[in-house]
Design a protein around this ligand. Structure first.
Ligand SMILES: Cc1ncc(C[n+]2csc(CCOP(=O)(O)OP(=O)(O)O)c2C)c(N)n1
Ligand SMILES: [Mg+2]
Length: 626
């Protein structure tokens, strides 16, 4: 007779989760570091009760369900997807609050297990509090919203269903190619129902995370293409970091002499001062990487999903004969741009590609040109770091201060606004995890929440959150959790009274920054930039806000105050905000690139008509790469 244990579904779920482990290269990790959650009637009697009787599976109380999914994703990113958190919510709004976080995790290919409570499977008491009724079906709840943002989705309508559902959830979460958000919707009655579960379900399970090796023929073809190429370029993506391939990658670059441009997720795969590192490529690319991309006859994409920021909306690569080799664990990404797909783990593939390329080196003159571009770019960064804009400092010089005076083994976190582009260009990455940008979803609100997970994953490193006033207002509640749990963050707040980013985008589209400032309406309309200093600013004090949540606060006015505050903040014993106002209009330049934001085809505004003409010119440069 099979041994069984009588447990509620929620108790069985927790007993299963705490026995899941991953293994790669012989090292083992508990896959779940615990659970984040917010209790409500949709989970307190089920999962809440199970957590209470399983104190060895640590539960963390958070403030906002979206934030807890970001925290889990940030944690998973630092752990190279070998570990994550489960996220528990009540039904209804608690559940749907997680949808944004889940989408972010899936876009960024990061494992997170979402466990939203769900309406009664039993149905007789419906509609229950917070239930969305559908006149067309009783088999719909708000949790169906998770379907498009999850890589695996299931609803547990009977307690025995988890026996087959949980292994599927784990397969997807631990798959390098398929990972993302996984959602198991848990009807609140079923959570508390008991079942005789097979004892083997609760035994330790080790999920081997593979390093798949590439197809031999594809590899040989790649070798031929590289040997024949005159102007090859590598586009380094996040896959290099997740695969822990940075050392192998550096050797590969040095052996072949092929210059490197970095994506948002791939920045840090090579140290900033490596002579063949051309820095950021694409919309937010550098004066070194963008010209090399434009002329490249072969692009070797490693672990990249080729977002429009990387391809400059398909204008970055202009050689008529350009072709692509994509090294990727995911077939979907490997085939993009009609590439030669080299399906495999980045490290395993580079390990096989390097010996096959013995004797090959990019041409000397080409290498020299790349090195000179690298040097010139570093001088440009020095120039921007040294700007001393008055009366308000510029964002570029403040980024420089954090980079130069912050601890070199820190982690810098950012997600949205004008900072990501500036950081992509200007941040000098000194180790693979130094630069942490959530730019797959670019979700305002990721910054502090993600940073909480990051600090939990790397407690010995300082974590700098770089954030605008808009992002801060969107979601700052996890400051409280960081204080409750003693996970210190340094929040560097750039207050520019609104949206510097969308303001400048709006002006570039001929729309005068309409409704992108935090000012009072005038004559029934929100002023744009044409109102200048006449527009009346709002009486908001974000430093006082952080103070009221329990943070230590350092207010700065000048660059000198700020540089001093960066040094001071490291000595603080709890989450600290460094508050500074910066200039809305001093931008880091673009380096001959473009982003396709479709301009109005007809308009009464002359400035929009002008912008449309410019758009037409650039639109014509977009390519299909077939
Ligand atoms: C959740 C979410 N809503 C809206 C946007 C669109 N958006 C991108 S940047 C931005 C403004 C950000 O303002 P702030 O954080 O102050 O940064 P700044 O642009 O001033 O640098 C907005 C609204 C977004 N990225 N995420
Ligand atoms: Mg702002």
């Amino acid at each position: 007779m099979e041994k069984t244990r009588r447990l509620t579904m929620a108790q069985a779920l927790i007993a299963f989760l705490k026995n899941q482990y991953t293994e790669r290269d012989g090292a083992e990790y508990p896959f779940f570091a615990g659970a984040f959650g917010i209790f409500g009637h949709g989970c307190v009697a089920g999962v809440g009760q199970a957590l209470q009787q399983n104190p060895d599976f640590r539960y963390y109380q958070t403030r906002n369900e979206q934030a807890m999914v970001h925290a889990a994703a940030g944690f998973a990113k630092i752990k190279n997807r070998l570990q994550t958190f489960a996220c528990i919510s009540s039904i209804g709004p608690g559940a749907t609050n997680m949808v944004t976080g889940a989408a972010g995790a899936t876009v960024n290919r990061l494992p997170v297990l979402c466990l939203p409570g769900d309406i009664f499977a039993r149905r007789n008491v419906a509609p229950v509090l917070q239930q969305l009724e559908s006149p067309g079906s009783q088999d719909i709840s708000v949790n169906d919203c998770f379907k498009p943002v999850s890589r695996y989705w299931d609803r547990i309508n009977r307690p025995d269903q988890i026996i087959t559902s949980l292994p599927e959830a784990m397969r997807v979460l631990t798959s390098p190619a398929d990972t993302g958000a996984v959602t198991l919707a848990l009807p609140q009655d079923v959570q508390a129902e008991a079942w005789e579960y097979p004892e083997v379900l609760f035994e330790k399970r080790l999920w081997h995370v593979p390093r798949n090796r590439p197809d031999v023929q594809a590899l040989q073809q790649a070798v031929e293409w590289i040997r024949r190429s005159k102007r090859p370029m590598i586009v380094a993506g996040g896959g290099i970091l997740y695969s822990e391939a940075t050392e192998t990658f550096q050797r590969f670059v040095e052996q072949t002499g092929i210059p490197v441009g970095e994506t948002m997720a791939g920045k840090g795969s090579l140290r900033y001062d490596h002579p063949l590192n051309l820095g950021a490529v694409g919309v937010t690319g550098t004066s070194a990487a963008n010209p090399v991309a434009r002329e490249a006859d072969l692009v070797i994409g490693i672990g990249t999903r080729y977002s429009d920021f990387t391809t400059a909306s398909k204008t970055a690569f202009q050689d008529p004969e350009v072709r692509f080799i994509n090294i990727n664990v995911a077939e979907f990404d490997a085939h993009k741009h009609s590439a030669l797909p080299v399906l495999g783990d980045a490290r395993a593939t580079l390990d096989e590609l390097a010996p096959a390329l013995e004797g090959y080196g990019a041409e000397e003159a080409y290498r020299e040109q790349a090195k000179q571009l690298h040097v010139a770019w570093e001088q440009e960064v020095d120039r921007i770091y040294a700007l001393r804009n008055e009366p308000l400092p510029s964002q570029g010089e403040l980024i420089g201060a954090v980079n130069e005076f912050g601890s070199p083994d820190s982690i810098m976190v950012c997600a949205s606004g004008s900072l990501p582009g500036d950081l992509h260009k200007l941040w000098r990455s000194r180790h693979p995890k130094n630069y942490h940008l959530e730019y797959g979803y670019s979700c305002m609100g990721y910054e502090i929440a993600g940073a909480l997970g990051i600090k939990m994953a790397a407690p010995d490193r300082e974590v700098y959150v770089m954030q605008g006033d808009g992002g801060y207002l969107m979601l700052n509640a996890e400051i409280v959790t960081s204080i409750q749990e003693g996970h210190k963050l340094i929040i560097v707040l750039f207050d520019n009274f609104g949206y510097k980013s969308i303001g400048s985008l709006s002006r570039s589209l001929g729309q005068e920054g309409f409704a992108t400032r935090y000012v009072y309406p005038k004559d029934g309309m929100l002023p744009g930039d044409q109102e200048g200093v006449e527009a009346e600013e709002l009486p908001v004090d974000l430093a006082a806000n952080a103070l009221s949540l329990g943070a230590h606060v350092i207010r700065c006015k000048t660059y000198e105050d700020f540089a001093q505050a960066i040094r001071e903040a490291e000595a603080a014993d709890r989450t600290t905000m460094i508050y500074i106002q910066n200039d809305r209009y001093v931008n880091v330049p673009g380096y001959d690139s473009w982003w396709d934001v479709h301009v109005a085809e007809v308009s009464e505004m002359e400035s929009v008509q002008e912008a449309r003409k410019q758009w037409d010119r650039m639109r014509a440069k977009e390519r299909y790469y077939l």
